[in-house]
Write a protein that binds this ligand. Structure first.
Ligand code: PLP
Length: 372
């Protein structure tokens, strides 16, 4: 049996006619950059996330970049974030000439440990970026309490967490801004790159909307130095179709996660494998189902031979990346992140998985540990 980590073709088969009709309509209109399709998507997503505003941009990485620019981060500033995330979280900080300052994560959620924030705040700290990793919100009430008291803006990296909620608030609606990605492998994925910035602050929204078109409100009049970072009408039209299915796909991911839990328990694997833990306040949307596994690399090779796709998110924490050598971090500085990098393995959890496939994955993990 084959179980890829993600099967986008299986999703596409369900929605092909609707997506093709949307693409066809945009082709007939011949309006490809921004425009009414993008505005319609922005409004629908602002409603979905629960913010007053949303602005489409070219990618999740650019969402982070433009949100940081909009809160005034620039050369010589510091931004507090986690080292256990996709590179773009920190890369967006560095691209502005600012310095990422890393705080460790908590082991059971892989999200920012709020207790590490305050001792890293300096006069230069201009923002905090918590990441809602794998589809579960970070401990936002603690993070926001510190940020508010120290008057530091919070930009959420919600790229993996569209639809995730904590105490009834959705990812992207907690901080000064929320950043989303429509990279194809995200829970709401386009047919290429795309991103979004959500906010309740009309001024911040206006700034992002200007920054994505070279800092102009009126064509050829530039109030800020921005970028070309616009969302395409084709992507917006496709995403608008997919948004109607997002809740149903999320529910399927959550069902699959629940089924895994049952299967891993039945197979008595909980001494070999640590399952993802959802905090009671959280609705987890399982962009990834990430376990910690004994003999992780060997298990991964074994599963590959059995036709099961897995991935290591993430093998090298950002404070130990060669491009950040000059920041001066050493191995051992952020031990929870480093340990996670050595132990984690993400296994297939996408919506279209069949029960036979879920059973097969756990059976193969079981047979690996019986033999090793
Ligand atoms: C995907 C992702 C990004 C970047 O999004 P792109 O659209 O690929 O630029 C940023 N942060 C996290 C946590 C992500 O998962």
């Amino acid at each position: 049996m084959k179980v890829p980590l993600l099967d986008l073709r299986a999703q596409y088969r369900q929605i092909r006619a609707e997506v093709m009709a949307a693409i066809e309509a945009v082709c007939e209109e011949q309006g490809f950059v921004l425009g009414p399709r993008v505005i319609e998507l922005e409004q629908a997503l602002a409603r979905y996330v629960g913010t007053a505003h949303a602005t489409g941009v070219a990618s999740g990485s650019d969402a982070l970049l433009l949100a940081l620019m909009a809160v005034g981060v620039g050369g010589g500033d510091e931004v507090i974030t986690v080292p256990y995330t996709f590179f773009a979280t920190a890369g967006s900080i560095s691209r502005l000439g600012a310095k990422p300052v890393f705080v460790d994560i908590v082991p059971h959620t892989y999200n920012m440990d709020p207790s590490g924030i305050e001792k890293n705040i300096t006069a230069r700290t201009k923002a905090i970026i918590p990441v809602h990793l794998f589809g579960q919100c970070a401990a936002m009430e603690d993070i926001l309490e510190i940020a508010k008291r120290r008057k530091v803006p919070v930009i959420e990296d919600a790229c993996q967490a569209i639809g995730a909620a904590r105490r009834g608030v959705r990812a992207g609606a907690f901080g000064d801004a929320g950043c989303f990605s429509f990279f194809p492998s995200k829970n709401l994925g386009g047919f290429g790159d795309g991103g979004l910035v959500t906010t309740n602050d009309p001024n911040l929204n206006e700034a992002v909307a200007m920054l994505r078109v070279h800092g102009s409100r009126v064509r050829y009049v530039h109030e800020l130095v921005g970028a070309n970072s616009r969302l395409d009408a084709l992507q917006a039209a496709i995403l608008r179709v997919k948004l109607n299915y997002l809740d149903q796909w999320t529910e399927a991911r959550r069902r699959n996660a629940g089924r895994y839990e049952q299967l891993f328990k039945q197979a008595n694997l909980l001494d070999r494998v640590v399952l993802p833990k959802t905090e009671t306040d959280n609705v987890h949307v399982f962009n990834q189902f990430t376990i910690r596994a004994k003999q992780r690399d060997d298990l991964r090779t074994y599963l590959k031979e059995k036709g099961i796709g897995t991935e290591i998110y993430y093998p090298v924490p950002l404070h130990l990346q060669s491009c950040y050598r000059e920041l001066g971090y050493q191995k051992g500085d952020l031990p929870v992140s480093e340990r996670a990098a050595e132990e984690v393995l993400s296994i297939p959890v996408y919506a279209e998985l069949t029960d036979d496939q879920l059973v097969y994955v756990v059976d193969q993990i079981s047979s690996y540990y019986r033999a090793h």
